[in-house]
Design a protein around this ligand. Sequence first.
Ligand SMILES: [Zn+2]
Ligand SMILES: [Zn+2]
Length: 379
Amino acid sequence: MSQQQQQRDYYEVLGVSKSADATAIKKAFRQKAKELHPDTNKSPTAESQFKELGEAYAVLSDETKRRTYDTYGHEGLQGSSGMGGGAGSASGGGRGSANSPARGSDLRVSLKLSFMEAAFGCEKTLEVRRLDTCTTCHGSGVAPGTKAESCSHCNGHGQVRQTAQTMFGQFTQVVTCPHCNGTGQVIPHPCTDCHGEGRKEQTKPLELTIPAGVDSGTRLRVSNEGDAGWKNGPNGDLYVVLNVAIDPHFVRDGYDVLSKIPVSFSQLALGDTVEIPLLKGVQTVKIPAGSANGTVITLRGEGIPQINQPQRRGDFRLQLEVQIPQKLSSAERDLLQQLRQLEQERIAKKPKAETTKSGEEAPHPSGFFAKLKESLLGH
Ligand SMILES: [Zn+2]
Ligand SMILES: [Zn+2]
C-alpha cells in the first residue's frame, strides 16, 4: 500500500508500444486483467500487479492524462490521477500546533505628530483596538463553573483516521479532528462573553512616550501590546508608525532644519542684525553687509535632537531670501529711482573710472544710503 513503491512505465505494464492507439490499449488491458485478476491468479504479486495495471490503464485510456504522462512522466500526474491523490501528504504536519498556546498577532497603528512633537518628543494616548484576554473566563473560553471535556470524536487526540475507498483499494489518512479542530477538547458551555474564544476585541487606551528626533516613517515597537496570546500564549507586539505633519516654516533634512528668512535688498547690501525664530526661542543673527541672495547661515546645534542621544542636535540652516516689494510708497519709489540713476551713471563712468579722480564717484555720499536704509528698513 506504500505510495513510495517504484513505478514502472505504464506502457511496459500494459505491454504496448508508445504509439499504441486506444483500441490496442483497451485490448491489452483486457487480456492482462484476465491474467492477473486476484480471483484467478494466486501468485503473491498478482494483487499489486493487478492494481498497477488498473493505474496504467486509467492513465493511458484517458487522452488528457496520457498526454500529461507522455510529457512529464509519473510526476506530472501526481494528485490528478487515480493514485489516491497525495494521501500521504495530507496527514496534517502543520496542524500539530492546534493544541498548544499561540502567540498573539502583532498590530500596527499609525500616529500623526506635529513637526514639533516629532522634533522634541511628546506624550500621547493611543486608542488601540485589539484582542485582549477575556476577563470573564481568563482566556479559557469556558463559562465560569463549567469545564472543557475531552473530544469524544477523536478521544482527545485531536486527529482522526479517515479511510477513503478508491477503485484501487483503501487509503487511510490521518486528519485534524473536525469536531474539536485538533484541540482534543470541546467546550460544552462556552463563555458567553467571548463566545469560547478566550479573547475579546477591546479598545484600550495606551500611554506612549514618543522620543525626540523621530520622523515620518519611524516605527516604534511597543512590546506585548499587540493581540493577547491564545491559550495563555505570549502577547503580540504593537508597532506604531509615525506620520509627521509638514510645518509651514521649517523643513527637515535628517536632523538639520532649513528655514527661509525673507530679507530686503537693503538688508543684504548694508548688512543688518535680525531676530530669527528658531525651533525653540529666537536668536539674534548678524547679516553681513554685501550678502548675496540665497546665502545660508548655519547655526550649529540648533536643529533636531538625535533620536537616541537627544543632547546632540543637528544644525539650523537659514537661507536669506530677498523679497521684492510688490507695492512702493512714493518715498521708496523716489529713492529707488535715484539709486537706479546712480547705478546707470556708475556703469557709464566705468571705462573712464581709472583715469578720473575718485572723489567724483559718489555725488550723494552717506546721506543717500542712510535715507534709503531708513525708508526700506524703518519698521
Ligand atoms: Zn470568555
Ligand atoms: Zn476531536
